[in-house]
Design a binder for this molecule. Sequence first.
Ligand SMILES: NC(=O)c1ccc[n+]([C@@H]2O[C@H](COP(=O)([O-])OP(=O)(O)OC[C@H]3O[C@@H](n4cnc5c(N)ncnc54)[C@H](OP(=O)(O)O)[C@@H]3O)[C@@H](O)[C@H]2O)c1
Length: 335
Amino acid sequence: MSVTNHQIRLAARPVGEVKPEDWEHCSGPVEEPGPGLFAGRTRVISLDPAMRGWLDDRPSYLPPVGIGEVMRAGSVIEVTASQHPDFQPGDHVVGTFGVQEYVVSDGRGAMKIDTSLAPPSTYLGALGMPGMTAYFGLLEVGALKDGETVVVSGAAGAVGSIAGQIAKAKGCRVVGIAGGPEKCALLTGELGFDAAIDYRAEDVRKALRREAPDGIDVYFDNVGGDILDAALTRLAMHARVVICGAISQYNNATPVQGPSNYLSLLVRRARMEGFVVFDYAKRYAEAAQDISAWIGAGRIKVKEHVVRGSVDDFPETLQMLFRGDNVGKLVLDLG
Ligand SMILES: NC(=O)c1ccc[n+]([C@@H]2O[C@H](COP(=O)([O-])OP(=O)(O)OC[C@H]3O[C@@H](n4cnc5c(N)ncnc54)[C@H](OP(=O)(O)O)[C@@H]3O)[C@@H](O)[C@H]2O)c1
């Protein structure tokens, strides 16, 4: 009996927020894997803010997703058939397999994972790309030193929640910025941050004066815009501003809002540096080892927001990131 593959493809380039009509649902028969290939069924799909940038036709660190192409996404698949020497039926594999139920792959960029150590979703979160981003962004780009004052925006999200907890594990004073009282309570409660600022309810600039009275040594920025501007007013001498992302700007139909307070970099002899996590790919094993150890020791609590559904739920699930509906790593679990 032939099995049908369901996929989500890009139908049109969005302007501003992504709309349902920017996507198209396609289906077709699942192919048998030929020599050197394996086939798998998708178990969990990663939802990432960067996906919004991949839909725009402009130069970036990856080429844009083409109109009519399967939407690019990281996912974990379970191998169902194989003519590849390194992948056997039953193996779980993480890779960039796209928003589709079934995948045929030659194994390039794919990595076997051990689901007895952590569930598949965690290889898309704390032990996957977001965890690596937090680790290298904070420790390499941010050059974090023990005991410093660290401020993280988007702090209750996939990257931010891990970045803040790594900084705590390094003995820092950690202030998280997030939207809403529940997220702030999570930060100062279960996740052990020293303070949390609800940017929807308070003036971030004033709150940073209260929570970082001696200034910010490392500002780990996930959101850009007004919050980046507020953080720039509170930098300590020789501070490092890590430009990880700017989700507040991704849906802009107008030019990105640049930081108006950037001259504080001059006054404070500070540095602002962006990075792309893929540049650290050769060192992922090192980060995964450290993060696993922190998880094992209870120093890092893994927060995941699991939506159960089908690939048809992808468009609506992606929008959750931009509304702030997720706590921790957002994934779509296909079962
Ligand atoms: N440089 C790299 O290599 C790299 C790699 C991975 C991710 N990133 C970046 O890291 C950032 C976080 O990614 P993630 O996967 O961890 O996502 P996430 O934080 O799990 O989810 C996005 C969160 O952003 C917040 N947000 C949405 N709109 C906002 C706005 N207008 N202003 C302020 N906050 C807003 C929401 O939380 P609230 O409820 O708190 O608003 C939302 O939950 C993104 O900017 C992403 O592009 C960069």
